[in-house]
Design a protein around this ligand. Structure first.
Ligand code: KG4
Ligand code: ZN
Length: 335
């Protein structure tokens, strides 16, 4: 059978990325141009700045992706692109670019849901992974517990009712003036802290599959404020470790519970927070006691990248999805 080459584009937030994949799971190139340094000084992503930077970067990222994959544009069988969820202006840069490429080359255009991309990073990392399985999607914008029934077929079991887990990490880091993005910084500082130092609340929400992190966020902010008022020292490492433990415990317990109740023995972690070392450790440990295997992509495939979009785009393509020039950005697209 002829190989299928996917050219994929991702620009939903602050990474301009283009990848080339062979048969959906083999990455020939995955060029990621991150704007983190640029947004750091603002303490978060500035949408207008992100869009402008995508426009500046995208040509160069394409050239590099083609060069590294050792192909020309004409070798691609289709163009896959993230059309949501994400920042409208940022999405539109990648989407318009993909449309222009598809139009001028006559290659099919295939829209991809960014969240499905995160899940698909696991197919690249684990060649033997096949649906069905449970996935825990934890990123800066999303926290979802999902049953993956087939390629492109999902059933949402639960989602966050307020903040996303990554957002909680970023906000707490910001409150302690630790820098942006908060997740990796807290992860690192927590290693030197005591996770049992402060008993922050865990929201189990009637034992269902939904999540909530706003109560925890308020509890940490109240703790920090009270300490400041009393002019007491704050042990940043202990706050990081105790906060992280509260997040990780709920995420792990709910995902394991879902796998057991729905009869699955595999859980795949996805999204930026899946980089978290405590989450990986805790859920793997719990999984072992219940005979549930935990899978996660390597760090560079957990955070935003076009390879994961290409993988999801490949399955959309072979399932017959085709988009035309009317495809628009959908900032609040759901899985
Ligand atoms: O998936 P991603 O790159 O972008 C979105 O689609 O949102 O996720 C970014 C999020 C940020 O909130 C960041 O703080 C978090 O992932 N993150 C982490 C870690 N590395 C990245 N959170 C906890 N621990 C980490 N090691
Ligand atoms: Zn993402």
């Amino acid at each position: 059978m002829k190989d299928i080459i996917t050219l994929s584009i991702e620009s939903s937030c602050d990474e301009t990325s283009i990848a080339v994949l062979k048969n959906g799971r083999e990455v020939l190139s995955n060029v990621v141009n991150t704007q983190i340094e640029l947004h750091k000084k603002f303490g978060g992503v500035v949408p207008e700045v992100a869009s402008r930077k995508h426009i500046e970067n995208i040509d160069e990222v394409l050239d590099e992706a083609l060069k590294q994959a050792n192909i020309t544009l004409n070798d691609a069988d289709h163009i896959a692109v993230t059309y949501g969820p994400g920042l409208a202006g940022a999405l539109l840069v990648g989407l318009s670019y993909a449309k222009a490429l598809a139009y001028t080359t006559g290659k099919p255009l295939v829209g991809v849901n960014h969240i499905e991309g995160h899940v698909s990073a696991n197919y690249i990392a684990h060649k033997d992974l096949k649906p069905p399985f449970i996935t825990l999607i934890v990123s800066g914008g999303h926290t979802h517990l999902v049953e993956v029934k087939n390629y492109g077929e999902y059933e949402i079991l639960g989602r966050t009712r307020d903040d996303a887990s990554g957002e909680a990490f970023d906000k707490i880091a910001r409150a302690m003036e630790l820098g942006y993005p908060g997740g990796p910084i807290i992860d690192k500082l927590a290693k030197q802290g005591n996770k049992n130092a402060i008993d922050f609340p865990r929201a189990y929400l009637d034992d269902g599959y939904d999540f909530s992190f706003s109560g925890l966020k308020s509890a940490v902010l109240n703790y920090l404020n009270a300490k400041k008022m009393k002019k007491e020292d704050i042990i940043v490492e202990d706050v990081c470790a105790s906060f992280q433990e509260a997040v990780v415990e709920v995420l792990s317990n709910k995902a394991i519970k879902a796998a057991m109740e729905k009869g699955y023995n595999t859980i795949a972690l996805a999204g930026g927070v899946a980089c978290n070392s405590a989450l990986r450790e805790k859920i793997t440990e719990l999984g072992k006691t219940k005979n549930i295997e935990i899978k996660y992509p390597p760090i560079d495939l957990c955070t935003d990248n076009a390879a994961m979009i290409g993988c999801a785009g490949y399955y959309n393509f072979i399932n017959g999805r085709r988009d035309d020039m009317s495809l628009n950005a959908v900032p609040n697209l759901r899985i």
